[in-house]
Design a protein around this ligand. Sequence first.
Ligand SMILES: [Zn+2]
Length: 374
Amino acid sequence: MIPGSALLLAAELSAGPGTAEAIEARRTTVFLDFGGGRLEPGSGPGQASCVTSEFSYPMFLGSERAAAVALQEARRLVEPYGVRVVSERPPAPLPFTHVRIGGAPGTLGLDPKLNGLSCEVDCDDHVHPDTVFVFADKWITHAAIDEVDEEQLALQLGRIAIHESGHAWGLEHTGGSESIMARFPSAAVPSFVEGCQELDLDDPPQCPESRARYCEPGEQDAHAELLALFGDGEPDTQAPRVEILWPPDGWALAPGDRLAVELEVADDRPGFGWMLEVPELDWRHESTEPGTHAIELVVPEGRFTLHLEAIDHDRNVGEAEVVIVASVTAGSEPAPEPRLEAQCACRQRAGSPGPWGAVAWSLLLGCRRARRRG
Ligand SMILES: [Zn+2]
């Protein structure tokens, strides 16, 4: 554990330019998921905090062309920001906003008037992975509709997807038909409007502190808030920097010894995800926390690869790798039972990342070997 280093790095990363005192801009990805599939309660990937039991979410019933129009419109809306919109599931360590497109309000037991849902208004996008819903069956129920109609309907799907994502990033409803955060955006080309707009709420605002950074009470500057949350939309061409500080390549140890792997991950634009994996053991640890980390491993006898990989939202990849060799030497340790190696194929994921900011942590891979008897 190197908590001092990790905290120091977090402080350095927080000192970048930005207008918001409490927010560090970090990029994100929006995944428009037209495919349906398993959904369960929770706040991690594949989960939603407002569903109460696991079920299979319905798929989108429209055409591929309709999906492409929705994707294009969603991209247009977030183009000014460090937000990428994709229709393929992002690779594992990358955090993303998951938009489930399909079904009807009744799928979640909701008022049929709703077009979409974000489980909560997540102030300052405190919880990084979010799931939101677009009730696409209200707009497009089959693929064989007139192309002109289909285009107009599909545009609405892209707009609802980003409106609900806006809630998941902490934005609330404003008046003004030109705002994508209006309850009923009716302008020909709505957007995240620059400048303070009056909130349009039935209840008190849920994120008054976020609003107050830019506007008077009762108003919201959606554009300024998204710029602070995600940065601008300029292409990112720089790969994350990754380094395995310890052990050195070729490190030899005895089976069953604890190995403290020290690693460092950083990028010019925060928001990336990273993972450390041992492919031979089918084990991986994923995280979105930048900085210096220490991870404890216990490996059985054998030759293993420690593979560190970080990926950012523009899909730049940084990689590092060392090989370690665990062998019985000097007779200090008995050899493991070969069949026990399979039990060490532990797969463990980090919990949801919580507040942004590096926290050093340690993980003990619980693969203590049973010793050979006698
Ligand atoms: Zn809304």
